[in-house]
Ligand binder design. Structure first.
Ligand code: KDG
Ligand code: MG
Length: 408
């Protein structure tokens, strides 16, 4: 059996999804996702110029060897662009393997460990009242876990993941009006003074059962993060995400020494070598890698297994940056992983998105029920894809009020 061709599509409804389709001489094809938010053309180019010409002619059933060939063979290893491109190939090969075996991918991984996988939604508000309305909406829709973010009084622009104006529904991550980013201003001191009380109000309003998550988005210094983690302890967060920039893993020790608030990190990682120390030293509680940026199912599964040895549960990244293809790959991993924790899940289900990526994966009452279709259980409609093209867009960047660049 041989791979005969592979094609890359960039575009989607209000998104630049990078979708890979791998074709074989037996008519079976596989799908992968290489979407790297705001840098989408880079993995697409890497696939088209370097990887696909080397993929053609290979036996798609040699999933491990093909992964090793690209990873070890590149000489310059890792990095989000390369790992997203290998990830797309790897997902497509698992899809092909499942279709050949007539089994859903979760069965190839070892079968189901649960009937449904809990997901969390994103509630946001310009202020606390607005946030409460947003949380109520998700609770009433059956979600058991909600990430909460709201504006901080006195901060002159919207803070992370918060709309600029009340009632506004916007894609708060990417702005597709151009390639030059908007600037958001940040003040850690105001945030540390305000956010613990805001989170406590959310707990009081919604009671002990709701799983409350909060994303600090790499913005605090280690000592500040330790103070924050201690201050929010009474709220009993499900997790505090990305308290400090992830490059400095030693920073986590200070936070751990001062609090028992669970820590979730990993959405910017792209290999096991970025997180093995924090897992082995048990400095985190949840690992947030994504199959897209982490080399696909083959490599992400290694991280999940290492995490399982150290009481670290999964909480895969699932921001709108990921297409339904990589979300499907994560649904299969979530169905299998013995150390599953939660899945970030943003409702992708617009009619346009469903038409582009038809699938039988279902989210009901805050739980994802994985599809039993062979392979990844998601398809890609090329006629629909022809409607879309690449949209230039950017994340905001963050500065302190005196102009100093800060961490987005
Ligand atoms: O591209 C960046 C986004 O994916 C990121 O800001 C989302 O932090 C994020 C999250 O937790 O979903
Ligand atoms: Mg995050």
């Amino acid at each position: 059996m041989k791979i005969t061709d592979a094609k890359v599509f960039v575009g989607g409804p209000q998104k630049n999804y990078v979708t890979l389709k791998v074709l074989t001489d037996q008519g079976v094809y596989g799908l992968g996702d290489a979407t790297l938010n705001n840098r989408e053309t880079l993995p697409a180019n890497y696939l088209e110029k370097y990887l696909i010409p080397n993929l053609i002619g290979k036996d798609p059933r040699n999933v491990e060897d093909i992964w090793q060939f690209f990873y070890r063979g590149a000489y310059f290893r890792r990095g989000p662009v390369a790992m997203a491109a290998y990830g797309a190939i790897d997902m497509a090969l698992w899809d092909i393997m499942g279709k050949l075996a007539k089994m859903p991918v979760y069965q190839l991984l070892g079968g189901k460990s649960r009937s449904g996988a809990m997901v969390y939604a994103h509630a946001t508000g310009t202020d606390l009242e607005d946030l409460k309305d947003s949380v109520s909406h998700y609770v009433e829709s059956g979600y058991k876990a909600v990430r909460v973010q709201c504006g901080v009084p006195g901060m002159s622009t919207a803070s992370y993941a918060v709309p600029e104006k009340k009632g506004e529904v916007r894609n708060y991550i990417t702005d597709y009006t151009g390639i030059q980013p908007k600037v958001e201003l940040w003040d850690s001191d105001r945030y540390i003074r305000y956010m613990p009380t805001a989170l406590a109000e959310i707990r009081d309003r919604f009671g002990p059962e709701l799983h409350i998550l909060h994303d600090v988005h790499h913005r605090l210094l280690p000592r500040e993060a330790a103070e924050f983690a201690k201050a929010v302890e009474p709220v009993r967060l499900f997790w505090m995400e990305d308290p400090t920039p992830a490059e400095d893993q030693d920073a986590l020790r200070l936070i751990r020494q001062h609090s028992t608030t669970p820590i979730a990190i990993g959405e910017v990682f792209n290999s096991i070598w970025d997180c093995n120390r924090m897992i082995e030293e048990e400095l985190i509680d949840f690992i947030r890698v994504a199959v897209t940026y982490c080399g696909g199912i083959t490599h992400t599964r290694r991280i999940v297994d290492l995490a399982g040895l150290h009481h670290v549960r999964t909480g895969f990244h699932g921001a709108p940056s990921h297409s339904p293809v990589s979300m499907a790959a994560q649904h299969h991993l979530n169905a299998w992983a013995p150390n599953f924790g939660v899945q970030e899940y943003l409702v992708l289900g617009t009619p346009e998105c469903d038409a582009l990526f038809p699938s039988e994966h279902r989210m009901i009452n805050g739980m994802v029920h994985v599809s039993d279709a062979p392979g990844l259980g998601v398809d890609f409609d090329e006629k629909q894809a022809a409607r879309y093209e690449y949209l230039p867009g950017a994340h905001p960047v963050v500065r302190l009020e005196d102009g100093t660049m800060w961490n987005y």
